[in-house]
Write a protein that binds this ligand. Sequence first.
Ligand code: ADP
Length: 463
Amino acid sequence: MNSHQLFRNSRFRLALWYALVMGAILSISGFGMYRTLVKAKWEALEQEIESIAGTLHDSLEPMLPISEAPTLVLQQIFPELCVVGQTCNTNPTLIQRHTIGISDRNTYYIRLFDDGGNLLAFSPNQPTKLTQTWRSVSWQTLRSTNGIRYRQFTIILHSAAAHQEVNNSNPASSWGYLQIGRTLESFDVEVKQFQWILAFWFPIALSGVGISSWWLSGLAMQPIYESYQQQKEFTANAAHELRSPLASLLATVEAILRIPQSNPQDIKTMLQTVERQGRRLSNLIADLLFLTSLEHNSSSPQLFQPCCLNDLIGDLTEEFLELTTFAKIDLISQIPDDEIYVLGNEPQLYRLVSNLITNAIHYTPNDGQVVVSLTACDRTAFITVKDTGIGIPPSEQARIFERFYRVDSHRDRKTGGTGLGLAIARAISQNHQGDITVKSQVGTGSLFTIHLPVVASNKKASD
Ligand code: ADP
């Protein structure tokens, strides 16, 4: 297929489109998955910070002083925090982590601001060079000097007294602000890993798509290519079959034109040749048209009639009796008493069986035997045509049903066959929801079996 420019180009185009579509689907779904995963992780991370901030906020607010300096209170509440303006103990004793809800103090940091936005206290592990001022946004993403990113959440704190003011429907001023920050280091590492996985697998997956596209387009093109080859072969064969009788016909006409008019006997012989060749051509064309009409399923099964196979085989054996007597071949028919009916087109069924009998007679030498039998089993009728002829080599048995195929083209052309007989027989049987099979042995004979669905089987009334 690849040696043929048209098919190679079509295959390439098909593979390219397939790869493009598959690649686009793969990219969109891969990117979508990546985005969803990152978003889910980010949201989980924010929820975690928010819940810790909420726990701290709820535990802190009742203990916040109303007016006095907060330093003492802060030291009591957060013994591990560094208070601004005092020496910071960077190696704090363990505090009640569960109280503040932070399980990993390397991951989180806390900062406390007063109402005016001035830093009051902070965790010793807070990132270096973090801005010491407060900004009135809930969520911030910051980057420390060593490149680590942090997600920070700010929440307003009210003192217990301020709460009472709110309850008395007076506007309450805030006590200050609590900031909880979390390192994004592990999150960034995971995202990076994910990006690496995508960067590694994506080209591999795309190459896989490319290779499979090429393979699949090859598979898709194969039947088209085979059909194209068959058509090509058919055209070549048809042209070849038509050329021989035409050439002979033209040569005869030319000869007639050259012969002096005074020789009527020669003219008659030549005209007979013209007639024979013309008839051969006409038969060939009729066979071709018939085969085409069968392949296009032009004979609709709705027009089929019940046909009695017993009568059909009986008539055919009678018809061929003269020919077999002349060829010194013993023609035997084995027809059961019960009548077997199939739904079909009677002339076509005649043609089907007669093609097989004609072949059996043609390919059986003198003193041979041809047996035509009819049986039925499991609602299937079997018509077998068995001969003691030359047989067909096993390697050729699958091909003899192809149009114009001949086992030995030189020998068969002499016998007058067109190479369409079995193609027509198979087309007719398939048109009747049946099939045709062959078993043969070179030098022993052949057995052709037609399978047809039975529509009715009647017991013959005894006389
Ligand atoms: P043809 O018109 O040449 O007989 P067919 O299509 O009927 O064409 O048969 C195809 C070929 O199959 C024949 O050319 C012949 O070689 C082989 N063939 C068919 N029937 C028989 C048979 N009964 N015995 C031996 N060879 C057969």
